[in-house]
Design a protein around this ligand. Structure first.
Ligand SMILES: [Zn+2]
Length: 288
């Protein structure tokens, strides 16, 4: 009977069916019985975010109210800011709580405004909006561009998208590296590991592993290629796994060095982890 015992995180009421629990945060088992409980639970967060905005505004000498509240209240813009924002920024704290900042740029009467909203995501889509604000100030919107920008990129395709900035030769090299790593992974995989056909569901962990890894290793491979391995552990649906990303150092056409992810995949296999956790461990803590 304990096996099916669920309580609302806010009012502690028993929730009879697993399917009736509302989840608000990714990778969190915090569940609620109703919209009202979600609101009440997150109220302190909302208040802090509001205080923070006031603080930003006073530092920048901006008025609390820039007007244009009709834009902020516009359902269509809200919809766009939720589902088709121009920028998404991810903030992750040390408890691995993740907040998303969506920014939608609006051009109204030859003025540029930024519709900013802070929310959580569940399964890659916005689930709960903590806050929304609107500003015409570049400086204010800059404060919300933190910690790292989320860009939907499938492993390896990053460089292709920058096609005009990276030479054909390098793209080919990346492709080769990618297939050789993939072959390696397939060879080394244990049968009990996460099935290959589920890998797509884990793509969302790539960006977080790249930008906020638990461990980073650096080594030069047999082709003299400088590689970085980023590893981060996650818990989802009560089971834990690693996400491993291999990045390769390349130079773009202007000679700038960058690391592009060539492959990213999840695993529950300690041996595969050990295989990739190799080379020189970088001690710098990227979180700070
Ligand atoms: Zn409740």
């Amino acid at each position: 009977m304990i096996k099916n015992l669920y309580f609302c995180e806010h009012c502690r009421k028993k929730i009879p069916e697993l399917g009736d629990i509302h989840f608000v945060e990714e990778n969190s088992d915090r569940g609620f019985c109703s919209e009202q409980c979600i609101l009440n639970f997150y109220k302190p967060y909302m208040q802090e975010i509001e205080k923070e905005e006031s603080f930003f505004r006073s530092k920048l000498n901006l008025p609390e109210d820039e007007g244009h509240n009709e834009l902020l209240g516009n359902e269509h813009y809200l919809e766009l800011a939720l589902n088709q924002p121009h920028e998404v920024w991810i903030l992750e704290n040390d408890l691995e709580q993740t907040f998303f900042t969506h920014i939608l740029t609006l051009n109204v009467d030859s003025f540029t405004f930024y519709f900013i909203l802070i929310c959580t995501h569940v399964e890659g889509t916005p689930s709960f909006v903590f806050y929304r604000t609107l500003t015409g100030s570049e400086e204010l919107v800059a404060k919300y561009r933190r910690d790292f920008r989320y860009e939907e990129q499938k492993s390896g395709d990053a460089a292709k998208e920058q096609g005009d900035e990276v030479s054909e030769e390098i793209i080919e090299e990346i492709e080769l590296k990618k297939s050789s790593f993939l072959a390696h992974v397939l060879q080394l995989r244990s049968e009990n590991d996460i099935p290959l056909e589920h890998f797509l569901n884990y793509d969302k962990f790539l960006e977080r592993t790249v930008h906020n890894a638990d461990e980073i290793y650096e080594y030069i491979d047999e082709d003299d290629e400088a590689l970085k391995i980023h590893i981060k552990s996650f818990v989802e649906d009560k089971s834990s796994f690693f996400y491993i990303v291999v990045l390769m150092k390349i130079k773009d056409n202007s000679g700038r060095e960058l690391h592009v992810p060539i492959i990213g995949f999840p695993s529950t296999d300690q041996n595969l982890y050990k295989y990739f956790a190799t080379g020189k461990r970088l001690s710098e803590n990227l979180k700070n």
